[in-house]
Structure formats: C-alpha cells, structure tokens
Design a protein around this ligand. Sequence first.
Ligand code: GLU
Length: 496
Amino acid sequence: MITIRTRFAPSPTGNLHIGGARSALFAYLWAKKNHGQFILRVEDTDRAREKVGALENQMEGLKWLGINWDEGPKKGGEYGPYVQSERFDIYQKYAAQLLAEDKVYRCFCTPERLAQMRQKQQENKQAPRYDRVCRHLSDDEIEKKIQTNTPYVLRLKVPEQGTVEVYDAIRGAITFNCQDIDDQVLVKSDGFPTYHLANVVDDHLMKITHVIRGEEWLPSTPKHVLLYQALGFSAPQFVHLSIFLAKAGGKMSKRHGETSLLAFRDKGYLSEAIVNFIALLGWNPKTEQEYFTKEELIEQFEISKLNTANPVFETEKLDWMNQHYLKKLSSGEMFTKMKEMISLNSDVALYKLFAEWFSGLSVKHQESIWHNLKERSKTLEEVAVNTMNYVNKEIVYQPQELIWKKSDQKTTIKILENLIEKIKEFAKEDFLVANLEPQILAWIKTTEWGNGDVLWPMRFALSGEKKSPSPFELAEILGPAETINRLTKAKESLNA
Ligand code: GLU
C-alpha cells in the first residue's frame, strides 16, 4: 500500500493568509486521515519577492492551528532539505537532463526584446506569450551565443499542437489546448530554478501523492503535467481548492479586512474556532454536524466532499463559532488564553489591562463575571473591551439622561440615595449578580417605584450609556466601592 504524503508549500513572500491556512489544513487532514505524512516545504526560489519574517509568520500560524508537519524545515526528514534554496544542485541536475533530452531550449532573448514583444501582443489584443524565436535557432547560432557568454534562460518545449489533460480529484478532467500554454521558463538566467521546475521536482522526490492547493494554481497545472512527462515522472493527484470570497463580492483580500491568519489570533479568535470554521469553507461533511474537533475532522475529512463553488467568508459566522468555543472555557482557561495573548500579541495594552484587573478579583467573582461576560463576547478582544470599557470609564453625567422617561429629577435623586444605602448592605464577597439581582429586585417591590425608575438611573450611572449590559453585571464588574462612587456622582450631578 502506498503511503499518503501531502505538503504545504508556501513561498516566504508574506504572512500566512487565512486561505493558505485552509489549504494547509486540508492537506494535513488528508495525510493524517490516511496515517500518512504531512510535509512543510519552503518555496523560496523567487528571492526578490522574499519578505523578512514571512517564513516565521507562516510557521507560527501553522503551529497555532496545530497543523504540525512530520517533515520540514528545522524538523528534517528523509527527503530533505525542505527549503528549496538549499536544493539548487538537485534542480540543476534535472535541468541538465531536460536539456540533454531536448525537452527544454535556451532562450537568449533580452528583457527589452520580451517587453517589446509583450507590448505588441497587447496592442494586437493577443494573449501574452513567448513567441518562440529561440526555439528555432540553429545549433550554430546557439553555439555562437554560448561562446559570447550571452545570458539565457531555459524554456519548456510545450507541444505546438494537441491538448494536455489535467485530472483534478474534485473537478474531474480538464483539457487545456497546448496552443494556449506558454513555453514556461524553468531556469532563470542566474541559474535559479523557477517555481514550476522546483515544485515538480520536489513533489516527485518527496513522494507527494496529493497536491492540494488553491484554485489560483490551476492554470499552472498543465505546464506541470507536461513537465512531469518530460522528466519521466508520474504526476501526483491534483486537488484545486475553491477560493474564499468576500461578503462584499470578489476574492477575499486585504481590502475587506483581515486576511492574515495571525491577525485573527491577535483579535482574540480561538484556534479551535478557526480550524472548525475554515474546514467548513469548501468542505461539506454532508451531515448536520456543525462543530468539529481536529480529531473529528481527521476522521471525517474526504476529498470527495470538497466543493468547487467558492465559499463566502462570513465574519458573523466566525464570530458566532468563536463564541461557541469561548463559552466552553472555564474562567481559568479563559484567563490562561488571555495571558497567552500578552506574550503572543504585538498589541498588548488592552490584554494587559484586563489581566491586571482580573487577577485582582476573587475566584468567585472571576467565575461569576465570566459566566455573564461570555454571553455577550465573541472574541477575547471583546471580553477585554466589554469589561475594561466600563472599569476605566470616566463618565460625565448629563442629568437628563439619568432620569427614566416616566420619572422626574426629584424622584431620581431620592431613588439613587436609597439605592446607595441598599448597595451598602452587601459585603464585598457577596457582590455578585446572583445576589444583587434578586435582592435589589425584591427591594424595589417594597418601594413605591417601578423597576424602570430604579434600574434605568442605576444602569446609566454605572455605564454612562443608554444601551449597556444589565446594571447588576456592571455592578459586579465595578465592585462595591466604584459602584457606590458612580451612583453618588450621578446623584450629585442631579443635585447640581
Ligand atoms: N509556492 C506556492 C505558493 O506560494 C505553492 C503552490 C503549490 O502548492 O504548488 O502557494
């Protein structure tokens, strides 16, 4: 039986995109499901486009999601090295073989000539393509150019007629006309291989059985198929994944908000939620199940259940899923994650504030606050905002806003006076929603006032907002001293 081997092969040209993370996830799931291996390979043949820190970002992102590679950079493996820039001699050997077998040719065209050619093609509304001038040079002409050290690239001899068939596991057979395929450059004039040559050679040498990648690579695949044939290799199975669409339409890109995986982490999404969410973008388990652990995904993932239609990336749905996972955390687990944010995040001020505040609370308070807070927080960032916004608030009261619509100024002053006295009856350790809510509601019943008369000014005094969490939750978050302080200030503003 053959061992299933898949890979994720990013180029270190930018941060790990959330769509790239999904390609990696599917490749990982397929390998794990089949007890095979998942490989990380760095495709750094295009040195000009390389970005400092990109590879680290990509690896950190994969690790955060728990997409651990069996072979790859730093880890090693039987088929290494796993960084293409360390494999140049390998590509040279195959390039020499292709040249000897007349499957590639030297192209001496200068960049200026190619630019002119392209411009003409554009003017004539033709597809941009190398016009194959050098494919027809005589042996003498070639020899002369080599003698004079004229720089050259190596191009693949794409058949001038006929078709190439790409078989994609979810899209079926796709036929490409050879006349539409460019004579792809395989080796650049500096001797560096291009993505195409290195990718094909490595997938072969690393014994990759399934190439799972984004649909944007589909136009390259016929060239790869031809290259596999030219090299005498058998091609792997191809799986081209759909791409994420933005809700506003079009491909999901930076214009629509965050696309970098780690930016989602920094905003307080949980890795379990991200894994679950992206797994369902383009993969349909065909059951009612909505929540999947990584283990369940490994068990249930099937290439045959991948869709070709491009899924819409709905942030609302991600928020909702994140809240589902957030709610499962105990207050201690939530706090641990929050502290992780401080060590991982570049923008830590908010998370630090939260951690300082939260660590000063009793466990009973932490648990009670978390119990209520998770009902209205979708991300860890919101957890911090939904508390710190109130804890650190300087409120300037507008007297009119403190008065319930059916009440008046004098009554509101009296209510606040009485409420302050009532609040003073609670011991600090009992200042919990579970005590505050029933006891204050019961007390209101003994007065001449209704719930609105009391709870509106209470809520407004504590939040400074017309719409905010319940006054009991706010009181619990603020603690007795600050609750009394705000109620007093609110009362004074009415007196003034
Ligand atoms: N290096 C390519 C990328 O940056 C890999 C494409 C492939 O998986 O073949 O996405």
